[in-house]
Design a protein around this ligand. Structure first.
Ligand code: SAH
Ligand code: SF4
Ligand code: F3S
Length: 459
């Protein structure tokens, strides 16, 4: 019987992508995936450092894994534990001290070295009874050059990491420290990967980067391509019907990218454009380097380019020094924009970041009250957006089965989850019913909308 591995992913889509690549590496080592940690010979935790809660969760999970390992040891089974991702990068050595259960610590840039680390870990255990392998380098060789690239069986929508890292140093954020400086993958590599995706039946590609619209890749001819150029190139690949990109920074929304929203039909009418705060004083203190007015201009320009575009954002409440008036400016901006969807967080002081040592920290109770007020407004807007979809016909990419029989689930152009009743589309001749629809773009009539999803039937 082949050995098994279990991966748990915390945090952003960069980590989701990295977990998929680590799964590929483990496949290559002859391991098969399991979603039960009790069965796993190798456990990988792909961690996130962005807020305190996310980071602390890892330690409680490690505690649970220690018990699993003790039980497995009694049954004569070995278990290896690797901690990967941004907590590993930020405090790997300290983690190893705090949690002796950990065998391996690897940062986001060293996943291709996993097989070598596993070997080293086994050797150490054989000779000393424990293993302490740590690799959180930022190696010069790019991890992307070393990863196996098998796209089959991954569903009709996939991420493609085009850019990593960040040089922007927002004063609240750990990403520049955990992911390192900005790195854009060359155009040729990305086109190869996107074509392989198309060959594997992938229909929707999300171009991924911590700062994706800062993308500036080598075109292989001594020139540089921007994100808008890349979107135009990917749009030419037959089979790729939908393109998205995330996450973008308002500072890097240039005229060409705005024009791409007008000119490239395959570019979906949805944009996640974080602003964090509607107050210029707070935006300054965050080092965002743009004003609320500039953001509102972008919103107007985006809607001129693509009138049906749905907007999403991130907000932080209770950043150091945030007054009632600053918070009210955020509320006012939100009311003006009318978002389709958004994420909002209480400010969480992170070790090593400038904002964490500012003296004007905001009380937890004030943060909680502001978050509740903001989320009430954002939820209202999201429900209104979903309600406005009722009666429309839209193309839905069906990605998976729903909870109920006769139900498939997919995404609308505006990234809404759509539950589609396919009862009368049952394909009696097929081995598995609905195989004709799964993984396809299907015209769906929206029948009803709730706060978080839509229901529809095949049109
Ligand atoms: N590169 C993206 C954001 C990546 S982090 C951008 O610049 O928009 C994802 C989100 O987490 C951020 O947009 C921010 O809203 C939130 N976040 C980051 N650091 C945080 C902190 N210290 N406390 C609370 N929220 C934080
Ligand atoms: Fe963090 Fe700012 Fe970089 Fe986004 S742009 S990853 S918030 S430092
Ligand atoms: Fe978290 Fe690292 Fe992503 S800190 S949000 S997993 S880049």
């Amino acid at each position: 019987m082949s050995k098994k591995f279990y991966i748990k992913t915390y945090g952003c889509q960069m980590n989701v992508y990295d977990s998929e690549r680590m799964s590929d590496v483990m496949d290559g080592e002859g391991y098969s995936a399991t979603d039960n940690p009790d069965d796993a010979d190798m456990v990988i935790l792909n961690t996130c450092h962005i807020r305190e809660k996310a980071a602390e969760k890892v330690y409680s999970d490690i505690g649970r894994l220690r018990q699993i390992r003790e039980k497995r040891t009694k049954d004569g089974k070995e278990t290896y534990l690797a901690v990967a991702g941004c907590v590993a990068q930020a405090e790997g050595a300290e983690m190893m001290r705090r949690a002796p259960t950990i065998d391996m610590v690897l940062g986001p840039q060293t996943y291709h070295r996993l097989p070598a680390m596993m070997k080293e870990s086994k050797t150490q255990r054989a000779s000393t009874g424990k293993s302490r392998v740590l690799d959180t380098d930022f190696p010069v060789e790019a991890k992307f050059d070393h990863l196996p690239k098998d796209m089959r069986g991954k569903g009709p929508a996939a991420f493609l990491t085009v850019q990593e890292g960040c040089d922007k140093f927002c004063t609240f954020c750990v990403v520049p420290y955990t992911r390192g400086t900005e790195f854009s993958r060359p155009l040729g590599d990305l086109m190869d990967e996107a074509k392989r995706m198309a060959d594997a039946g992938i229909i929707e590609v999300t171009l991924l980067g911590q700062n994706v619209n800062a993308y500036h890749g080598d075109n292989g001819k001594g020139g540089i391509v921007s994100l808008s150029d890349l979107i135009h190139h990917v749009a030419e690949i037959a089979g790729i019907e939908r393109i998205r990109y995330t996450t973008s920074h308002p500072r890097d929304m240039d005229a060409d990218l705005l024009a791409a929203h007008r000119d490239v039909a395959k570019l979906m009418p949805y944009l996640h454009l974080p602003i964090q705060s509607g107050s210029n004083a707070i935006l300054d203190a965050m080092n965002r380097k743009h004003s609320a007015e500039r953001y509102m201009e972008l919103v107007v320009e985006l809607r001129a380019a693509r009138p049906d575009i749905a907007l999403s954002s991130d907000f932080i409440v209770g950043f150091p020094g945030e007054s009632d008036a600053d918070f009210e400016a955020t509320m006012e901006l939100v009311r003006q924009v009318q978002y389709a969807q958004a994420y909002s967080f209480k400010y969480s002081p992170r070790p090593g970041t400038p904002a964490s040592v500012m003296e004007t920290q905001v009380d937890e109770s004030v943060k909680a009250a502001r978050l509740a007020e903001l989320q009430a407004e954002l939820n209202k807007q999201q429900s209104a957006f979903n309600a406005a979809s009722v009666g429309q016909k839209m193309a839905v990419l069906l990605e998976r089965r729903g909870k109920f029989e006769h139900q498939l689930v997919g995404r609308s152009p505006f990234l809404q989850a759509v539950y589609v009743d396919v009862k009368d589309k049952l394909d009696e001749s097929a081995h598995t019913p609905y195989t004709g629809l799964m993984g396809k773009l299907v015209d769906v009539e929206i029948i009803s909308g709730g706060p978080n999803s839509l229901q529809g039937k095949v049109a």
